[in-house]
Design a protein around this ligand. Structure first.
Ligand code: GLU
Length: 417
């Protein structure tokens, strides 16, 4: 059967609901996205032709607050993926205990094939088409795979123009000059680093003795790698779309990040003494303490789960491990810090950004990072404790906490009318 990430979400929810002893009526509504919008976005290309792109915005839940979640630009974006990503946001925000539901958007496009002008026109037209359902109290987009602060700036400006006044709180992950938060660009990677440190502490492994492999050197992967390197971990393998590199004694992560941050640079062009080239499949199977999948969904699945040699997996990406792989890895004793906890640093600082925007305040970076660490530690501790208590995986533990919070809120709100 073809992989459908939304089935993955439903299977995990059912498992948690059973352990919580919920009646089907308690959580029936959580199984369906509240709202799905599909738009066809016409763009005038630089050569004068017109191309029409398929775009989506899904609001999975607004039970605990406005929908919240990124916008993805990728050639494989489709409705089932966006639905799953929206649902994961609902559970992520509930685990972090921030007052949001979950949403996600996406456009089926490879952004690397567009000029900057085309990208801007695509973003502005898409924003116009989803404008009726977004807003600071309704649904707040942010960056995801293939989008960045610059793109969020166009979303902010377009929405503000339509709204008649500057509305920075409509989107997070903006440039600092438009009301973005200090620490937001690094926040997801910082959260991944913190979760890695916490789990290593729990398992009694000193961070200096940890070896790390990172799949995906985009925003999340590269910052996780750099912060773990700075903590003294040995990052031995990293990869991007062009393939991977490996060095037993540890890679020079700052040099790699410098190299990649120059627009358009890929790992295939990078070189350092003693490194060898490996494939993207090999990186997942490297013999390391910690594996950080920080690319896309469905990377660790029934086909390769048996060959995973890492002791710990910290999910930087959303949905990198399938339900089948989860079972195999549990039997092997691999500890997984699940996506909805591990990569929640991004949305936590998005929440801080939104709070600053609503109050027209600017917090300093130290303040933001400390607040993030406090939230992250609390979320991790809660998940770890319930997983111990119920003797379940950290993923199930995270869903137990999230589902409990959502269902409790739903019970107080009731089903209207
Ligand atoms: N796209 C990020 C995620 O998947 C961030 C979402 C946000 O900040 O709203 O968590």
């Amino acid at each position: 059967m073809a992989y459908n990430p939304y089935d993955n979400v439903l299977a995990t929810v059912e498992k948690a609901a059973k352990i919580l002893g919920l009646a089907p009526t308690d959580y029936e509504a959580v199984k369906y996205p509240e709202r799905e919008l599909r738009v066809s976005v016409p763009v005038r290309m630089d050569d004068g032709s017109v191309r029409v792109f398929q775009g989506f915005r899904v609001q999975h839940s607004t039970v605990r607050g406005p929908a919240k979640g990124g916008i993805r630009y990728h050639q494989n974006v489709n409705i089932d993926e966006v639905k799953a990503l929206a649902a994961w946001m609902t559970f992520k925000c509930a685990v972090a205990d921030i007052p949001y539901g979950g949403g996600k958007g996406g456009i089926e496009v490879d952004p690397s094939t567009l000029s900057l002008g085309e990208l801007q026109r695509l973003t502005r037209r898409f924003t116009t088409m989803i404008a009726p359902i977004i807003g600071p109290e309704r649904d707040i987009p942010a960056p995801d795979v293939g989008t960045n602060a610059e793109v969020m700036g166009w979303v902010m400006d377009t929405y503000s123009m339509l709204n008649g006044h500057s509305t920075p709180a409509v989107v997070t992950g903006k440039p600092l000059q438009l009301g973005g938060s200090l620490g937001r660009a690094e926040a997801t990677g910082r959260g991944v680093m913190l979760n890695t440190v916490y789990i290593c502490e729990k398992l009694g492994v000193a961070i200096e003795n940890v070896t790390v492999a990172v799949q995906g050197m985009g925003n999340v992967g590269s910052i996780s790698a750099r912060l773990l390197y700075e903590k003294g971990a040995k990052v031995v393998a990293v990869s991007d779309v062009s393939g991977g590199i490996y060095k037993e004694t540890g890679l020079n992560i700052p040099a790699i990040c410098d190299y990649l941050s120059t627009r358009g640079n890929l790992l295939s062009g990078y070189n350092e003494d003693g490194m060898t080239r490996i494939s993207n499949a090999e990186i997942l199977e490297s013999d390391v303490t910690v594996l950080i999948p920080a690319a896309l969904e469905n990377q660790i699945n029934a086909q390769n789960a048996d060959r995973i040699r890492a002791k710990i997996i910290v999910e930087g990406a959303n949905g990198p491990t399938t339900v089948e792989a989860d079972d195999i890895l549990e039997k092997k004793g691999v500890v997984i810090v699940p996506d909805i906890l591990a990569n929640s640093g991004g949305v936590i600082v998005s929440y801080f950004e939104w709070v600053q925007n609503l109050q027209a305040l600017e917090w300093d970076e130290k303040d933001v990072n400390e607040k993030l660490a406090r939230k992250m530690e609390k979320a991790f501790g809660g998940v770890y404790d319930i997983a111990e208590e119920k003797n379940v995986t950290l993923r199930t533990g995270a869903y137990l906490i999230a589902l409990r919070r959502i269902v409790d809120t739903l019970r107080y709100r009731g089903i209207w009318p």
